[in-house]
Design a binder for this molecule. Structure first.
Ligand code: ADP
Length: 195
């Protein structure tokens, strides 16, 4: 199963991806986590990426796309993966299409997490990660609206359309408000109900 998780910052994609990874036996590939690991180890990529994370801006695609390509080429990802935080723009989605084509594969579904902006801001302020400061959060939300939200339309036009179960193109929609396990059950129902 090859999945992309889509939704605003703070929607719980990382939490859901971790659970899905355990249940489906496929790796969780989070670009945010990969950048933070590089920052922690002070690699050249990490040093370069840090200023963008600190501001809540997108790391340039030249850096991001190569990192994702390398990660998806690792052996544990041959049987599937859960992409969390990538793609984050139409440009990155086009790059992902190229990567998948080179791998001879396609996405199975794009899971769209639907949640109110007020709720996610509250969640992030409570979480208190280094980039969870109010002005940085506000910028990440703006970047999401401007750059990432158009992907819903992008993926609605791709893949299997006209099937039952609320699927429009590749996109399945999940209400991200509720208990972690309940949301996870909804995600699994949504992706399995349509395959
Ligand atoms: P959240 O979704 O809660 O904002 P992430 O861990 O997914 O958190 O991302 C944190 C930061 O990492 C982003 O604000 C951005 O700076 C950087 N980042 C993550 N994924 C990408 C990506 N695909 N392209 C560019 N920058 C990214």
């Amino acid at each position: 199963m090859r999945l992309v998780l889509l939704g605003p910052p703070g929607a719980g994609k990382g939490t859901q991806a971790t659970l899905l990874s355990e249940k489906l036996g496929i790796p969780h590939v989070s670009t945010g986590d990969l950048f933070r690991a590089n920052i922690g180890q002070q690699t050249p990529l990490g040093v370069e990426a840090k200023k963008y994370l600190d501001a809540g801006d997108l790391v340039p695609s030249t850096l991001t796309v190569d990192m994702v390509r390398d990660r998806l080429a690792e052996p544990d990802a041959t049987g599937g993966f859960i992409l969390d935080g990538f793609p984050r723009s139409v440009d990155q989605a086009d790059s992902l299409a190229g990567i998948l084509e080179d791998m001879g594969t396609t996405l199975d579904a794009v899971v769209s997490f639907v949640i109110d902006e007020d709720v996610v801001v509250e969640r992030m302020l409570a979480r208190g990660r280094e980039d969870d400061k109010e002005d940085v959060i506000r910028n990440r939300m703006k970047v999401y609206r401007d750059e990432t939200a158009p992907l819903l339309e992008y993926y609605s036009g791709h893949g299997r359309s006209g099937q039952a179960g609320g699927r429009s193109g590749l996109v399945v929609t999940v209400d991200a408000v509720g208990e972690v396990e309940d949301v996870n059950t909804k995600v699994i129902d949504a992706i399995q109900g349509d395959s």
